[in-house]
Design a protein around this ligand. Structure first.
Ligand code: NDP
Length: 480
């Protein structure tokens, strides 16, 4: 059986404990590889390697760092098919999604930050007839990057690329549930000539390897994407140590669909925003609010489209693959049960999908599910489900839609559908989210700030925001 290895000090190494965890393929329910069960001792080695690498990496110049990162980007692109297949096997997502979204985005992340660093400039502030201030932005040192299982390489590279571009050395941990593409990335880094110790990938459980990264006193900043409960725990450990923290957490995103929208476009995109990656994208819209004038028409057409989605073996041409694990399947099914208890009517789906083919008969599948008749403030409509489950609710006025949309503790993203420009601007301004899409979803420009408000996180990623996070600002004031 294939063994994944840690990537420490430029080498692929076994965990010190020599203990491994099972890595399960969600589509089959079978163990197909082994993951290092790393702990604080492995993190210690990684930190020592990173500290040794930091002086040279942080001073070799932006152009030098850029060249290495561009080589990494190009090598991932050259191996796109292998990466996409690995991501699909590891996560359960359709291989086509991995080949068109996840892996191209990882290629772009390295490319974007490799070039961004060449244009990164710091501010200067002139004081009339007195002095000039300039801001020095220097890399922080050794930083930690911790990422979740839903978009494994996509989110892993979204953190690592700016951290490295800015001149830091990194200790990174992918989710133990989806470690494979991070392992493939470590091989690419060796091939690309990334100096030893600049990036160290430590695999293992959140509670041991992850916690050891957060607790390590030499790791000065933590960039984390994951659940809100984990984020809270992380902050409790890191805040008293005064670490810089960027937290991208959970969401319960709303789609607000007005009578005057382009209905075909709203339908097509809402299908995608509800069920892409089996609904396991932090940006997926899990609550659909539709204005009363088009509610019945939208609902009927939407449910019909949902029923036509093809579910099954993610290595084949399907729209919906497997959810990431047995535990997650049970969690999502538990929420469907809760929705029924809360008075919801299941319009379609609502159960396990059993593939007929032998290969996937023990995989973790769920029918895409649409639920109606739920109060906006019930648990199903307030808590993050993170699966192929959406609720649909009618509304009268924009104020009512905004009240319901803003009623959760989360505030990551939303989509507004209208052809009335004034209404779009007014709603965008009043939504309590870090991201608002109007007449679209998941349209991303990597220069824009990315992140959530309320329990969806603290800080922003993307563009200059990420490069600012991964640098320390120092003001130099020169009087003349
Ligand atoms: P988790 O919070 O369970 O895990 C995220 C990462 O943190 C994993 O690598 C995990 O390791 C690690 N971890 C767990 N406990 C600790 C700890 N005590 N110290 C350090 N690290 C720890 O999230 P999921 O992987 O389940 O991801 C799904 C969540 O991520 C959803 O809530 C989703 O909304 C959110 N998310 C947010 C995004 C955003 O941009 N705002 C984007 C994508 C997802 P291990 O897997 O080994 O437990």
């Amino acid at each position: 059986m294939q063994r994944i290895e840690n990537y420490i000090d430029g080498k692929l190494v076994a965990p010190i404990s020599e203990q491994y965890l099972d890595n399960v393929e969600p589509a089959t329910g079978k163990v197909y590889s082994l993951i290092p069960d790393s702990n604080a001792a492995d993190v210690e080695l990684a930190v020592a390697a990173a500290k040794k690498a930091f002086p040279a990496w942080s001073t070799c110049g932006n152009m030098e760092r850029s060249k290495v990162l561009l080589r990494i980007s190009a090598l991932i692109e050259q191996n796109l098919d292998a990466f996409a297949l690995a991501e699909s096997i590891d996560n359960g997502k359709p291989v086509k999604l991995a080949a068109t979204v996840d892996i191209p985005r990882a290629v772009d992340n390295f490319h974007f930050f490799a070039t961004a660093i060449e244009h990164f400039a710091s501010e200067s502030h002139f004081m009339e007839k007195t002095a000039v201030n300039y801001t020095l932005r220097r890399p922080i040192g050794v930083v930690g990057c911790i990422s979740p299982w839903n978009l494994p390489l996509y989110l892993f590279s979204w953190k690592i690329a700016p951290a490295l571009a800015a001149g830091n050395c990194v200790i990174a941990k992918p989710s133990e549930i989806t470690p494979m593409t991070a392992y493939l990335l470590s091989k690419i880094c060796i091939e690309a000539g990334l100096p030893a110790g600049v990036l160290n990938i430590v695999h293992g459980l959140g509670g041991s390897a992850g916690q050891a990264i957060v607790e390590h006193k030499e790791i000065k900043a933590i960039s984390f994407t994951g659940g809100t409960a984990t984020g809270k725990k992380l902050a409790a450990t890191a805040a008293p140590m005064f670490k810089k923290l960027s937290l991208e957490l959970g969401g319960k995103n709303a789609n607000i669909i007005f009578d005057d929208c382009d209905l075909d476009n709203a339908l097509k995109t809402t299908l995608h925003s509800s069920f892409a990656n089996q609904g396991q994208i932090c940006l997926c819209g899990s609550r659909i609010f539709v204005q009363k004038g088009i509610y019945e028409k939208f609902k009927t057409a939407f449910v019909e489209k949902v029923k036509s989605l093809k579910i099954g073996d993610p290595s084949t041409e399907v729209n919906i693959g497997a959810v990431v694990s047995k535990a997650h399947q049970e969690k999502v099914l538990g929420y469907i049960q809760l929705a029924k208890e809360e008075g919801g009517t299941v319009l379609c789906g609502g159960d396990i999908f059993h593939p007929t083919d032998e290969r996937c008969k023990d995989g973790y599948f769920i029918y895409p599910t649409v639920i109606e008749n739920l109060a906006h403030d019930c648990r199903t409509n307030q808590e993050e489900i993170f699966g192929p489950v959406v609720s649909i609710t009618p509304f009268d006025t924009a104020d009512e839609a905004l009240m319901m949309a803003n009623s959760t503790e989360y505030g990551l993203a939303c989509s507004i559908w209208t052809n009335d420009l004034n209404k779009a601007h007014r709603c965008a301004e009043q939504m309590e989210t870090g991201i608002v899409w109007v007449n679209c979803w998941l349209l991303r420009d990597l220069r824009t700030p990315f992140g959530g408000v309320k329990s969806s996180g603290v800080g922003r990623e993307g563009g200059w925001e990420a490069l600012r996070f991964f640098t320390e600002a120092k003001n130099v004031c020169i009087k003349y």
